[in-house]
Design a protein around this ligand. Structure first.
Ligand code: ZN
Length: 544
């Protein structure tokens, strides 16, 4: 029984837990699959520039190995497909076949010139979806990683952090418009044939052919319809609007409007302190990132991927000598400190924690549905907004509600992006500037600027249209999971050594062996509810 949850176990006991063993013919395919995955992860880790050699091999050797192992896997899967398989084995085979057929999604490093050339191809009206998406991703590399501001070039993540921190409105406005070269690459003049509008039409058509967009997948994870999802997103936005009255805000002032009270905390979090603050928090949660060998690649360098992400260096697996743990890496562009950047790094390490906890056979060595994966990573990252976390790790705290309001201001933008993509994919001929203006002026009290494509701040919009739902709707899952954890192990905002063992045993260890919907339902004891998120919004104290 996949969902007969084990009693509370320690991480140590987990490591020794027996695995369901695959039937002999699949056991071979399972191992070949693990070998192929490991070659792929080694290759992408080196391509990303995080490491130059893994297990004594460089890029050329791993690239060759991936091809050789892929051939062997294809042959074994072909043999296995002739057998009559049922239940878990049939699902395992299907997963392995799908993975072998899919392209790698990890971004390799690229030079500025190559990104600029690739970005320029986005104007080609004949590009198919994948090529167009790759071109627009390259625009984020070229124009998002090099935002010209006050005589220097900064990364997009730094620009977003600065929009929270800069005091002078004129500087914020100048910085905001420094992102315009990026917007114009993504959406040109917002005409019906703009690159983004073509991409949305292609993505919507593809989703119809493939049996559902990322948004429909997220809805399925919750056992809901897309209409229900839309109603939940708007319910969260309406609750936010109610507790945040006041005159309309310019978009360049939106972040600062809520983050202003965090200035003393931002000053207490220099960029160099972020790895240690992150490490200490997870250690207090029962997870020693250093001992587990999680690689932290946070520096800025030319050609580095323009977004923060976590990925495997190799998967974990059972060997005759026992469990061989996974290796995991976190990649980000940290140039400046501050609470917002720290939140992002704790989020990525939440993915790392998730990856290290999986104890599934290779075919299911994955994390589950995207909605759950993103929501889980925020369970810990939301803690840094809480006074309990701030007092323990910074020895100072923002007044009650200030950190939470600033966090929710960012969460509501994610909700807005989720709703934006939902509406764009539902009606792909819509004008994105109009759709975004309508959402942000109605719910976030932001001054309309339909003349600019300022929605184009997130690389996910072009890398995987529909993906933002996993953050927007994920907020509802995060709030629910946080409540459930508190009831199970007590408060964990300032650390709690029971948290990680409990999360591992009850939520993370299954990997993709259990359907995420069943897993969440089993963990929560009911379907996911929006009430904890609404309660969190409604309980914000009035602003002083
Ligand atoms: Zn994430």
């Amino acid at each position: 029984m996949r969902l007969a949850l084990a009693p509370l176990a320690t991480a140590l006991a987990l490591a020794a837990a027996p695995l369901a063993h695959a039937a002999p013919p699949l056991a071979k395919a399972d191992q070949a699959y693990a070998d192929w995955l490991d070659a792929g992860y080694a290759k992408s880790t080196i391509e990303a520039g995080t490491l130059t050699r893994i297990d004594g091999r460089g890029l050329t050797a791993w690239t060759r190995l991936k091809v050789v192992r892929g051939r062997r896997l294809k042959r074994l899967l072909g043999e296995t497909a002739k057998m009559k398989l049922a239940g878990e084995d049939a699902r395992a085979l299907k997963r392995m076949q799908a993975a072998l057929g899919a392209a790698s999604t990890t971004p390799p490093a690229s030079t500025e010139e190559a990104s600029e050339r690739l970005c320029a191809t986005a104007s080609d009206q004949a590009l198919a979806e994948t090529r167009l998406s790759d071109a627009l991703y390259a625009c984020f590399e070229r124009w998002g990683n090099h935002v010209p501001f006050e005589g220097r070039s900064i990364a997009r993540a730094t620009a977003l952090e600065l929009l929270q921190q800069l005091d002078a409105p004129a500087r914020r406005k100048a910085l905001f418009y420094a992102l315009a070269p990026l917007w114009s690459r993504i959406d040109a003049a917002d005409e019906p044939t703009s690159p983004y509008r073509r991409l949305v039409r292609l993505a919507a058509a593809d989703a119809r052919a493939q049996g559902g967009s990322a948004i429909e997948q997220a809805a399925r994870t919750l056992g809901e319809t897309q209409d229900q999802v839309e109603a939940q997103l708007t319910a969260a936005l309406e609750a936010w609007r109610t507790v945040n009255p006041g005159p309309p805000i310019e978009p360049w002032d939106y972040w600062r409007r809520y983050a202003e009270g965090l200035a003393p905390l931002d000053a207490a979090i220099p960029a160099a302190a972020i790895p240690e603050l992150n490490r200490r928090y997870y250690e207090d949660l029962g997870l020693d990132l250093t001992r587990l060998g999680v690689i932290s690649d946070l520096g800025v360098r030319p050609g580095k991927a323009p977004l923060a992400y976590a990925d495997f260096v190799r998967i974990g697996r059972q060997t005759p000598q026992g469990w061989r743990p996974a290796r995991v890496r976190v990649s980000a562009n940290v140039e400046r400190g501050g609470l917002f950047v720290l939140n992002e790094i704790v989020h990525e390490n939440g993915h790392a924690a998730h990856m290290m906890a999986v104890r599934a056979r290779p075919a299911f060595f994955d994390l589950g549905d995207d909605l759950f994966v993103e929501a889980f990573a925020d369970v810990t990252s939301w803690s840094v907004a809480e006074p309990a976390w701030q007092r323990r790790y910074l020895n100072l705290a923002a007044p009650d509600g200030v950190g939470r309001r600033a966090l929710l201001a960012n969460v509501m933008l994610d909700v807005a992006w989720g709703l934006f993509e939902l509406r764009m994919l539902k009606a792909p001929d819509s004008d994105p500037n109009q759709v975004w203006t309508e959402i942000t002026s109605t719910y976030l009290n932001i001054v309309p600027h339909p003349e600019i494509a300022w929605w184009a701040l997130r690389v996910q919009l072009v890398e995987q249209p529909g993906y933002m739902i996993n953050y927007g709707l994920g907020a509802m899952v995060t709030a629910d999971l946080r409540d459930r954890f508190r009831r199970a192990v007590g408060d964990f905002d300032a650390g709690n050594p029971r948290w990680y063992p409990y999360a591992s045993a009850h939520l993370l260890r299954f990997g993709a062996a259990a359907p995420t919907q069943d897993l969440l339902r089993g963990f929560l004891g009911r379907p996911v509810s929006i009430e904890p998120l609404l309660a969190m919004i409604r309980s914000l104290p009035p602003e002083r």
